[in-house]
Design a protein around this ligand. Structure first.
Ligand SMILES: C[S@@+](CC[C@H](N)C(=O)[O-])C[C@H]1O[C@@H](n2cnc3c(N)ncnc32)[C@H](O)[C@@H]1O
Length: 272
């Protein structure tokens, strides 16, 4: 069955079913399917999805901070709401949720939004990295596209911590519902091509040591450098080794970098 995604203009577009090749599912190009629902222009009655950054509130954007502090309703997973709780105005309604009660709690948010109360739904990091399933749920509850405010992702902090260029790197998350097999195949394939991968594991059945073991079973070079970081921006802890030596003690708040090969030469000429 196809899933539905709302484009920024509110037009629902279909997304391809799971791929059977080594590529992950991709959005189909046609935006012409489904209904168009306009998004209110008055920001005081709007709903926003906000990426709040990787944990330390210093990484929250000014725009995210403003929208959160002005909102009548603030919603999100308990641990995420806790991070921005100091910025919520005292009169605001707080709607927290877990994985099981997301639909019911998001229905409450949609109800408040329909009653013209300003709402924000907060996401960890950036919502376009491992947040899109929640974004889809928000849009499904509201029945239209919801504007998003990007946040600083744990992937960006990982790239900075490991001095890794985005353009030599693919970002992949296994922290998702559904079939991860196409994404596993994609990971093995891109590493064999010499690209780097920054990866969010899936607690607790596809953690760094499971990922490393799976890659070794699938003929990826065991000597590829692997770095795992925990709690970036708060209690940063880093482990560096190879795929073949990955330990099994990491927490669910971890992110991985696998170097597929040497970095491209920068081609900078300091004499000019
Ligand atoms: C549902 S994903 C959301 C990722 C988020 N959208 C982002 O851009 O960072 C949550 C997972 O991201 C990873 N993660 C998020 N923040 C992190 C941090 N500060 N340090 C390390 N890993 C982090 C952990 O693997 C965590 O279980």
């Amino acid at each position: 069955m196809q899933r539905t995604v709302f484009s920024p203009l509110g037009a629902a577009r279909p997304v391809a079913p799971k791929a059977s090749t080594d590529c992950p599912p991709k959005a189909l190009p046609s935006p012409d399917v489904g209904c168009i629902v306009s998004v209110p222009k008055d920001t005081s009655t709007m709903i926003h999805c906000i990426g709040i950054g990787p944990g330390d509130p210093d990484y929250l954007t000014l725009k995210g901070h403003r929208l959160i502090s002005e909102a009548d309703v603030v919603a999100g997973f308990d641990a995420v709401v806790d991070i921005i709780r100091p910025f919520i105005k005292p009169s605001a309604e707080i709607i927290t949720m877990g994985y099981k009660d997301q639909p019911a709690q998001l229905a409450k948010v949609a109800d408040r939004h329909a009653k013209a109360r300003s709402c924000v739904v907060v996401f960890m990091g950036d919502l376009h990295f491992s947040g899109f399933q929640l974004l889809e749920r928000v849009e499904h509850a509201c029945g239209h596209s919801v504007p998003a405010v990007p946040g600083i992702s744990s992937a960006q902090l990982m790239a900075e911590a490991t001095r890794t260029c985005f353009d030599e790197t693919t970002f992949l998350t296994f922290h998702r519902r559904g079939d991860i097999e196409p994404f596993k195949a994609h990971l093995a394939s891109l590493l064999k091509q010499g690209r780097n991968a920054i990866i969010i594991p899936r607690p607790w059945d596809f953690m760094p040591h499971h990922i490393a073991a799976w890659l070794l079973e699938n003929s990826v070079n065991p000597d590829l450098v692997l770095e795992v970081a925990e709690n970036l921006s708060r209690r940063d802890a880093r482990w560096t080794g190879t795929l073949a030596t990955c330990p099994d003690h990491f927490s669910d708040m971890c992110i991985m970098l696998i170097r597929g090969g040497p970095a491209f030469p920068s081609q900078i000429d300091f004499t000019k």
